[in-house]
Design a protein around this ligand. Structure first.
Ligand code: ZN
Length: 192
């Protein structure tokens, strides 16, 4: 038996159609077959530009997805009004959906009810901590009752012996803290 290993590989014929969807592509090429679970999994691949380990789904930014007249509607609530990353997040969500074959998805910004840190999922909180950002502690509603007396745990060593350095960290929605035990500075995702 002869080995075919030394034979030159056939050169693939050029594609007749460009892979990139054109205007002639019918609506929702394959995309309409995605289940709701698959759509959520798809959006779970879209990461927060400010904290690239956490997805927009884990942050609770994506509020709902639904089909309306053959168009996929995605409701997005920014973490706080005026968050500069919101527009980029909306673009990335639309891009991810279009890449999956959904044509012209509509991403709508919903400001009411306002986003709260309570909407961050458990896996999202865990990833924030692993990334070196202290996740919001307790719930936003409790914070209102208790004020700011709560101690923030260091995401590096777990010590609750920490102090606030500045009300604003790397972004406006985070505060800058420092651990008194391990001396590491860290961002705290403020409870809102
Ligand atoms: Zn520490």
């Amino acid at each position: 038996m002869q080995k075919s290993g030394n034979q030159p590989r056939p050169i693939p014929a050029p594609l007749e159609q460009p892979i990139i969807a054109s205007d002639r592509v019918p609506a929702n090429v394959g995309g309409e077959q995605l289940t709701e679970t698959q759509l959520w999994q798809l959006l779970d691949e879209v990461k927060d530009p400010e904290v690239p380990v956490v997805s927009v789904v884990e942050l609770g930014i994506v509020r709902s997805i639904q089909w309306l007249d053959n168009q996929l509607q995605v409701a997005v609530t920014p973490t706080y009004s005026g968050c500069p990353a919101t527009e980029l997040i909306e673009q990335q969500i639309a891009a991810a959906l279009m890449q999956a074959g959904i044509r012209d998805p509509q991403v709508t910004r919903v400001l009411n009810p306002a986003w709260t840190t309570d909407w961050i999922s458990d896996s999202g909180r865990e990833k924030l901590r692993a990334y070196g950002i202290a996740p919001p502690q307790g719930s936003a509603s409790k914070m209102t009752l208790l004020g700011h007396a709560e101690q923030i745990s260091c995401p590096h060593c777990g010590s609750s012996h920490t102090e606030q350095v500045s009300e604003f960290g790397s972004t406006a929605c985070k505060a800058l803290y420092r651990c008194i035990d391990c001396l590491e500075p860290f961002d705290y995702f403020k409870c809102i």
